[in-house]
Write a protein that binds this ligand. Structure first.
Ligand code: ZN
Length: 184
């Protein structure tokens, strides 16, 4: 299982690299990594396990954050309707997106960033994502709200992009009125 010891520091260049595609069908080694990414996110949301192993809570994780420069992410969260959105994917791809944008009113956080960063992070309000799950099945997702934001955050990690790259540094809380605010 992954613990905080497996995370690279924020200044590690691996977080700025474009991660490699995972050859499919996935090897047992790559499947293990993908399963472990999901296990971390789930464990981190379990108060007892998180406390026992000192895990910082998160709703998503990408392989480069644990020093593996391959295209794999895990997302595990409850959306605004209380529905569980839980996917671990190889080679996730943003297939299309809305013109409309949204942002989290509390800003974003990242398991790779241990300092407070304030400001709104503009994201596409709705996206379509494709990828391959651990069973080797093609997955197509339509996402909005928190789930859309989380998938964009994790896919960004595969392209060497950090959430704060999207913040307007001259005026961090200034976003157009048409952007949809999302409360968490
Ligand atoms: Zn992150």
């Amino acid at each position: 299982m992954f613990t905080m010891d497996d995370f690279v520091e924020e200044d590690n260049p691996i977080l700025r690299k474009v991660a490699e595609e995972v050859p499919l069908p996935a090897s047992e080694e790559d499947k293990k990594v993908l399963a472990d990414l999901m296990e971390y996110v789930q464990n981190s949301q379990d108060t007892e396990i998180a406390l026992k192993y000192g895990l910082r809570a998160g709703i998503g994780l990408a392989a480069p954050q644990v020093n593996i420069s391959k295209r794999m992410i895990a997302v595990h969260l409850k959306n605004e309707k209380g529905e569980l959105i839980s996917y671990a994917l190889f080679n996730p791809k943003l297939v299309s997106h809305s013109i409309e944008r949204s942002y989290l009113t509390a800003g974003e956080g990242c398991l790779s960033v241990n300092r407070p960063i304030s400001g709104y992070v503009p994201r596409y309000a709705r996206i379509k994502v494709s990828g391959t799950n651990i069973e080797g099945e093609d997955v197509q997702l339509r996402l909005k709200g928190l789930a859309s934001i989380c998938f964009q955050h994790e896919i960004d990690h595969l392209n060497g992009i950090m959430f704060y790259d999207h913040i307007n540094h001259d005026d961090p809380f200034n976003v157009p009125e048409t952007y949809i605010p999302i409360e968490r």
